[in-house]
Design a protein around this ligand. Structure first.
Ligand SMILES: [Zn+2]
Length: 197
């Protein structure tokens, strides 16, 4: 898996191809947090809102983590925050999604076409809904907004780096897709997938 997360600001919600029916589905990253004290592990294991995991980082160290899957459990995110064991400030949990880079692929998959709503481990960019092939390589976008930014960027004559904080992926497009002769073909393909189904 490509570690896109080290490079870009990734939206919380991605457009993915439904593994069940192939239609446009939505993947939302889970919130994953460190459980700081071993004595708190039991409380997280009991909790209805969180799922306990024993994670391993890339250096082989294990750590206790609590996973909150959006849109799945019988509790809202806010309720979950307030059911934290003593010493865990809800504020800290509500800010950002700190440990995504350790285990970036946990989340919830929702497909409106076949009514799937379940936990899912993301494989990116293979599961990107918006992707086009150009001479053996795949160019992808996170969601419709980033697809539109990508289309404007590829089509623009001066290739102004229109990257904003959220569109920082534009800075990382491989040269393979940016050659002058690639422009027309890629633009055409991007326009085709941009049409609403
Ligand atoms: Zn589906």
């Amino acid at each position: 898996m490509t570690h896109i997360y080290d490079w870009y600001s990734v939206p919380d919600v991605l457009a993915v191809k439904c593994p069940g029916c192939g239609s446009a589905a939505v993947f939302e990253f889970a919130d994953i947090r460190h459980i700081q004290r071993r004595k708190h592990v039991a409380a997280f294991k009991r909790s209805r809102a969180f799922e306990y995991h024993w994670f391993q980082n890339s250096w082989g160290n294990r750590w206790h983590g609590a996973v909150y899957y959006h849109g799945l459990r019988g509790t809202t995110h806010r309720e979950a925050e307030h059911s934290l064991p003593k010493g865990y400030l809800p504020k800290g949990w509500a800010e950002g999604r700190g440990f995504r880079s350790h285990n970036p692929d946990f989340g919830t998959l929702c497909c409106p076409s076949c009514n799937i709503r379940r936990k899912h481990r993301l494989t990116w960019p293979e599961e990107a809904f918006f992707q086009v092939d150009y001479r053996g390589k795949t160019l992808w976008a996170f969601d419709r907004d980033s697809l539109n930014a990508l289309r404007s960027f590829i089509a623009s004559k001066d290739r102004k780096r229109m990257g904003t904080a959220w569109a920082s992926f534009l800075f990382h497009i491989p040269g393979h897709f940016l050659s002058r002769k690639a422009r027309a073909e890629i633009s055409k393909k991007l326009d085709a997938i941009a049409k609403p189904a």
